[in-house]
Design a protein around this ligand. Structure first.
Ligand SMILES: [Zn+2]
Length: 189
């Protein structure tokens, strides 16, 4: 299903994917996925995982979530002029398979991509639906991770010519400019 974007919202429900990558906040030094319980809470709050879906999540579930998160971040950095990371697309495909992300045909002749949301692997794979929609229509190119190495905050680039580089020009853009200026002004020797 294609959702109609409002000016404040990226299309396809990409805000969910952006939020997922931003569970790691390097500036605050926090990670919402630092434990299996944290991952379970995050997925349940966003209705990706049903609240009473069997046994609690394991460390292996958490490790899978982190691999997916960092693969998504690598692709968002690539969208922002970063180097291509070989394994990132393959990791997305593995995550899709782990969660049984499949095409479903219904009697009223509609088609949808959906994962098995009874399981944590499926809850994670469900986030690849907006990614697939966005890759298909090109809006994925606007999903970026901030170029500041100590930030890497995910954001949707709304600039007209898709030239946004920083999550927030006032913060990361200026900070990087000031740093570059200082490095230029350092006395030689
Ligand atoms: Zn930033």
């Amino acid at each position: 299903m294609v959702s109609t974007p409002t000016p404040s919202q990226p299309p396809h429900g990409l805000d969910l994917v952006i939020d997922f990558v931003n569970t790691l906040d390097t500036e605050a030094g926090t990670d919402a996925l630092s434990s299996p319980a944290g991952l379970a809470a995050w997925l349940t709050e966003r209705r990706l995982l049903q609240a009473s879906s069997g046994p609690s999540l394991s460390e292996a579930d958490r490790a899978g979530a982190i691999r997916l998160r960092e693969a998504l971040r690598a692709l968002m950095l690539e969208n922002n002029g970063g180097e291509a990371v070989d394994d990132a697309h393959a990791e997305l495909e593995r995550a899709a398979r782990r969660g049984d992300l499949c095409v479903h045909f219904t009697d009223d002749c509609s088609v949808e991509l959906a994962a098995d949301r009874q399981r944590p692997e499926g809850a994670l794979a469900q986030m690849l639906v907006p990614v697939a929609d966005a890759i298909a229509d090109g809006s994925w190119q606007r999903v970026k991770a901030c170029r500041a190495p100590d930030c890497q905050w995910a954001f949707y680039d709304r600039s007209r010519n898709r030239s946004g580089v920083w999550c927030d020009m006032a913060v990361c853009g200026n900070r990087t400019k000031v740093r570059a200026y200082r490095e230029c002004k350092l006395p030689a020797g």
